[in-house]
Write a protein that binds this ligand. Structure first.
Ligand code: PEP
Ligand code: MG
Length: 880
């Protein structure tokens, strides 16, 4: 088996095997671009490494050595040769780009001897020792896991004693001193000398890249981005070119279009006399790419032309890394660039207009989850005008964020559930990923537009202000000083990721408004998709938002949410503690007009679109007062003794309420609840038809059915009541009665249930809970351990577990449609707004998905992508 490919042996189509970086390096090589030669160790080698118990097997080692020998021969240099040392970079590259997740080692091959050779060869001792100290630090950090921090402390102290500010101002002698101290630190930490044998350095580096595939932050990143754990990462070993050889050398990163706005212009940064890490790490402030034209006009022209060629070739915005070594340009990477949601839409629409891609390609280029960031609020313009920024940084990732200040990612991850948080850091690093994801916004004191914080935040659609150098952060003391004021943990801060402004107060936000590009993309998606998108909405306000976002109906109106209102809960409680049917009916009669008004409001807002109303579902005790003072107040109001009510409340206590007296069981035991709700549904529909001339087709949905007879019983109550109401009103209207499929037994007996149901809606929240047998409310407490131990890769409550829960769904679809071909099928669990689950629902042949209002656009796009993927798979089969 072939585990190692030279760059000229591969191409862009081999991404799965060579990883994104490796495949694109191979492609650029094939296009005749100036790429330093090298080879890629495949993702299969990584998977094999894990299969072999974290070892690189002999045959892979042999292939690596062979590829290395070829590269050495072509370069006319040798690894470890003091006269003419061959030096390489080692970089990871997974199939999907995982920025900051995997690590890079530069200048590998240097040791105490080759550094002397390098100095002699280049006539530049300063450069040689600068390269060596960088290598020692990177190798120690990435391979040996010695903290970067200790190295930085050494570097700083040598800079202090040299009386210089910048690394590039250190002379060769001072750099030698740095190297000496670094090696001492290494020896102290590891109990052995820094490894001198280049081949050993290389094998250790490759292993470290493989290992890093499974580090905790990579696991978190994969979970957030739906990347399977068994893909593995490739490793690229490439001849070094040096951006730190002097003032005619440099390094940079650039995009073919602006990744924040999508505007068509070369966008990026570079630094002269620097190595790659300097630009991304944000230690020195880089210059805009346009000024490269002044530094070296011909290199700039060449780069511009390569950039254009690459964009035309890949038909997408490219993110490129380059190095200039003594006035010669080298390309080190190209990939489809990460971009903000707004930029993604603009670029997709522009590329179609430029005739580069089709509408289908354009839709496939946009990550549905990213749309989220467009739909979220911005600052209220009046408040924004009145507010005075305390400082300004780089507008690294747009949006508005308002939250409380926290100084570590761990703290943010801890408190973000209950508090909006702003993560404030000197600079972020990959281990901060979870906190960055949980934060509303990210503020850093260091780093440019391509720093870790900026790149990662843009990818996540999280607002970020980077490189805010006026902040004096004391992470240990958990405070920062800005504009003469000290801010501590918990203080409010607002960030404007579009301007870079930072405000020392909480600013109000307003709803997002959509650009023309958004509407264009949504229109294209709607033209293509066949899966309908509804929303889960319990109020006219939610319904209005959802319709604005393109919802085609309501797939779930949870009626219980309507009863938590202060005015209503008392009647609800009365109903629950009633001792007789009469008492219960009296309480329900108080609720009826309120419920009818709710439904009228929703019908009106939906303007004749289908509305699915689910009958009362939660365990009744959720409505009951729990504390003595509340029980006393209710007893007072109901005019019954405290003890009596306290007794009733304790009687209603259940050991396991989620599996208790809830769902259709409520209507079975208290049919008058279903009667009242049916009356409200039908009366509201008739009134709205009369008042607004709308035609309404209510869909009544019975929850938590596990046995067809339960449904038959409740349906009978519904039908009888509906007939009665229609007779009273003197009109006949159509309505449907369907059920949720959220108990495994319902899925298993779906053929029986389909005879009685007009529709099924998969309640995948409960279906997941009951299929896995763990509580949807408690699973969060242990699921993290499951991810860490790779038992589960993703949260089954966010993504449909296709193997188990999905199988039950598939069975229910099959059985249901066998029994009733016209059976309408939908999903209303949280999964309805998750892109991969939407694809699954499309493939299952559901009629619609239903999700929260803000996820409606995500589902619309995901549904279109599902259709496109289906068509592509179909035509691939056709070609075979
Ligand atoms: C479900 O169980 O998936 C569902 C939509 O109902 P709820 O979340 O209200 O239990
Ligand atoms: Mg449910």
């Amino acid at each position: 088996m072939k585990y190692v490919y030279l760059f000229h042996e591969g191409n862009a189509g081999m991404k799965n095997l060579l990883g994104g970086k490796g495949a694109n390096l191979a492609e650029m090589t094939g296009l005749g671009m100036p790429v330093p030669p090298g080879f890629t160790v495949t993702t299969e080698a990584c998977t094999r490494y894990y299969a072999d118990g974290r070892k690189i097997s002999g045959d892979i080692i042999a292939q690596i050595e062979e590829a290395l020998a070829t590269c050495e021969k072509n370069a006319g240099k040798r690894f470890g040769d003091v006269e003419n040392p061959y030096l390489v970079s080692v970089r990871s590259g997974a199939r999907a780009s995982m920025p900051g997740m995997m690590d890079t080692i530069l200048n590998l091959g240097l040791n105490d001897q080759t550094v002397i050779g390098l100095a002699r060869l280049t006539g530049n001792e300063r450069f040689a020792y600068d390269s060596y100290r960088r290598f020692i630090q990177m190798f120690s950090d990435v391979v040996m896991e010695i903290s970067k921090h200790s190295f930085e402390t050494i570097l700083q102290s040598v800079k202090d004693s040299a009386g210089v500010k910048l690394d590039s101002e250190l002379s060769a002698d001072y750099l030698k001193e740095v190297v000496k101290q670094y090696k001492e630190l290494y020896r102290k930490e590891k109990g052995e000398d820094f490894p001198q044998e280049p081949k050993l350095q290389l094998m250790e580096a490759i292993k470290a890249v493989f290992r890093s595939w499974d580090n905790p932050r990579a696991i978190v990143y994969r979970r957030i981005n739906d990347i399977p754990g068994d893909w593995g990462t490739a490793v690229n070993v490439q001849a070094m070119v040096f951006g730190n050889m002097g003032d005619d050398s440099g390094t940079g990163v650039a995009f073919t279009r602006d990744p924040s706005t999508g505007e068509k212009r070369l966008y990026g940064e570079f630094l002269m006399n620097a190595q790659g890490e300097d630009v991304v790490a944000g230690i020195r402030t880089p210059q805009p790419i346009s000024s490269l034209a002044n530094a070296n006009a011909s290199v700039y022209e060449q780069f511009e032309s390569i950039a254009q060629k690459l964009e035309n070739h890949y038909r997408d915005m490219q993110d490129m890394e380059f190095t200039i070594e003594r006035g010669r340009l080298y390309m080190l990477q190209t990939r489809s660039g990460k971009r903000t949601a707004a930029a993604a839409l603009k670029i997709a629409v522009d590329l179609v207009a430029e005739g580069m891609i089709s509408k289908e390609d354009a839709l496939m280029k946009i990550d549905p989850k990213q749309l989220d960031s467009l739909l979220h609020p911005t600052f209220e313009s009046k408040a924004l005008k009145a507010a005075k920024p305390i400082t300004k940084g780089l507008p690294a990732s747009p949006g508005a964020a308002c939250g409380k200040v926290y100084f570590t990612a761990e703290r943010v991850a801890e408190v973000a559930k209950d508090n909006p948080c702003i993560l404030v850091r000197t600079e972020t690093s990959p281990e901060d990923i979870e906190g960055m994801h949980a934060a509303q916004g990210i503020l850093t004191a260091r780093g440019g537009m391509t720093s870790h914080a900026a790149v990662v935040a843009r990818g996540m659609g999280t607002c970020c202000v980077a490189g805010c150098s006026e902040l004096m952060i004391d992470e240990a003391k958990k405070q920062f000083v800005c504009d003469g004021k000290t801010y501590v943990e918990g203080d409010w801060l607002s960030l404007d990721g579009s301007t870079g402004n930072v405000y020392g107060e909480a600013l109000p936000t307003v709803e997002a408004s959509f650009s023309g590009d958004f509407q264009t993309i949504m229109q294209w998606a709607d033209d293509i998709r066949t899966l309908k998108v509804r929303t889960n909405a319990d109020t006219p306000r939610d319904a209005e938002t959802a319709v604005r976002f393109g919802a085609e109906g309501i797939g779930l109106c949870r009626t219980e949410h309507m009863f938590f209102d202060e005015e209503r809960i008392a009647s609800m409680r009365e109903m629950i503690v009633s001792k007789s049917e009469e008492q219960r009916k009296a309480a329900l009669n108080k609720l009826l007009p309120m419920q009818r008004e709710d439904f009228k409001g929703i019908y009106k807002e939906m303007g004749g679109r289908p509305v699915t109303i689910r009958f009362l579902d939660p365990p009744l005790h959720e409505f009951l007062p729990q504390q003595d003072k509340d029980i006393a107040a209710l007893a007072d109001e109901m005019n019954i003794p405290f003890e009596e009510l306290a007794h009733t409340v304790s009687e209603l206590h259940e050991m396991n309420p989620m599996l208790g007296h809830r769902g259709c069981r409520l209507a079975v035991t208290y049919p008058e609840i279903a009667e009242m709700q049916t009356r409200a549904v039908i009366e509201a529909a008739i009134e709205v038809m009369r008042e607004e001339g709308l035609s309404i087709l209510p869909e009544i949905m019975i929850p938590l059915v596990g046995e067809v007879k339960e449904l038959e019983y409740v349906k009978n109550v519904v039908t009888k009541t509906a007939e009665k109401v229609m007779e009273e009103c003197g009109v006949k209207i159509d309505y449907l009665v369907g059920t949720m499929i959220e108990i495994p037994r319902a899925a298993l007996t779906a053929d029986e249930i389909a005879f009685t149901a007009d529709f099924f809606s998969f309640g995948t929240n409960d279906l997941t809970q009951m299929t896995f047998g763990f509580s949807r409310d408690d699973a969060g407490k242990f699921l993290d351990e499951y991810y860490a131990k790779k038992i589960y890769e993703s949260d089954p409550f966010s993504r449909v577990d296709q193997k188990g829960v999905g199988r039950l769904m598939e069975l229910a679809v099959k059985l249901g449609r066998q029994a009733k071909p016209e059976l309408k099928l939908g999903i209303c669990g949280e999964h309805g707004g998750d892109p991969s689950s939407v694809t699954f629902c499309h493939d299952l042949g559901l009629d619609y998905v239903s999700c929260s209002p803000y996820r409606v656009p995500i589902a619309r796009l995901a549904a279109a992508q599902a259709k496109i993927m289906e068509a592509e798979a179909g035509s691939a089969v056709g070609q075979r």
